[in-house]
Design a protein around this ligand. Structure first.
Ligand SMILES: C[S@@+](CC[C@H](N)C(=O)[O-])C[C@H]1O[C@@H](n2cnc3c(N)ncnc32)[C@H](O)[C@@H]1O
Length: 204
C-alpha cells in the first residue's frame, strides 16, 4: 500500500463534497453499471458494499435487496452517504466504519460488492481482504476496480502511481480461486479498469 489507511481516509474526506460531481467518466459509469447488474440481489439478500464512499453502489442496489451495509474508512465520505440516505428517505441502507481486512460486520452476508476501492491495497493485502470477505460467506463477490488487463500505464485514466497499487487480473483471479470462488464473468471496461464476478464454489 503506497499510503497509510489514515492518509487514504483523509484524502477522500477532503474530497467528499466534490466526489459525486467528479465521477462523470463513461468508464466509471460502466463499472458502476456492471457491478450493479452482476450483483443482482434477491429481495431477501443482505449486501455488503466495501469502500462504499458516498454510496453509489449501495443506493443503486437498495430497492432490490433486503438490506445494504456500506463500509468505508473515510468519515467524510460516510457522512455524505448518510446525508443522501436521509435526503432520499432510503431506510434499508446503513453506513459505518469498516475496511477490507476488518469490515466490522458480525454476521453472514449474501453478496459483497466493491467499486474502485481495493486497488489502494498491495497485492498481499488484497489476498487478505478477499480471504476476509470469503469468511463472511457470500455466495457472490462483485469487484469493480482499477485492475491491469495489460501493461500498466500511469498516464491512462484511473491509475495514479503515487496512491494506487492495482493488481493484474491474474493475481485477483488466483486470490478468488484460492478463497473458494470461481470467476463467472470478467468485464474489461478499459485496459486498466474492469469488473470481476466471483461465485462461491459449492462443495458436496
Ligand atoms: C474511489 S472511492 C469509490 C467509492 C464508491 N465505491 C464508488 O464507486 O463511487 C474509494 C473509496 O474507498 C475507500 N477506501 C479506501 N481504502 C479502503 C479500505 N482499505 N477499506 C475500506 N474502504 C477503503 C475510500 O475511503 C473511498 O471512499
Amino acid at each position: 500500500m503506497k499510503k497509510s489507511l489514515d492518509e487514504h481516509a483523509e484524502r477522500f474526506s477532503d474530497h467528499a463534497d466534490a466526489y459525486d460531481e467528479d465521477q462523470d467518466s463513461a468508464a466509471y459509469r460502466a463499472c458502476v453499471n456492471f457491478v450493479v447488474d452482476h450483483a443482482a440481489p434477491e429481495s431477501d439478500d443482505v449486501v455488503l458494499d466495501l469502500g462504499t464512499g458516498t454510496g453509489a453502489i449501495a443506493f443503486a442496489l437498495a430497492s432490490d435487496a433486503a438490506e445494504i451495509i456500506g463500509r468505508d474508512i473515510s468519515d467524510g465520505m460516510l457522512e455524505k452517504a448518510r446525508e443522501k440516505a436521509d435526503g432520499r428517505g432510503v431506510e434499508n441502507v446503513s453506513f459505518g466504519d469498516g475496511r477490507f481486512r476488518a469490515p466490522n460486520v458480525d454476521r453472514p452476508v449474501d453478496i459483497v460488492t466493491s467499486n474502485f476501492a481495493m486497488h489502494h491495497l498491495g497485492d498481499d493485502e488484497k489476498r487478505e481482504a478477499i480471504d476476509t470477505i470469503a469468511d463472511l460467506g457470500p455466495r457472490r463477490i462483485v469487484l469493480g476496480d482499477v485492475m491491469l488487463f495489460g501493461d500498466d500505464d500511469p498516464d491512462a485514466p484511473f491509475y495514479s502511481p503515487e496512491v494506487d497499487d492495482p493488481a493484474t487480473v491474474g493475481v485477483l483471479a488466483d486470490a478468488f480461486t484460492d478463497a473458494g470462488y470461481a470467476l463467472t464473468a470478467v468485464e474489461m471496461v478499459t485496459e486498466q479498469a474492469g469488473v470481476l464476478v466471483a461465485e462461491r464454489v459449492k462443495s458436496d
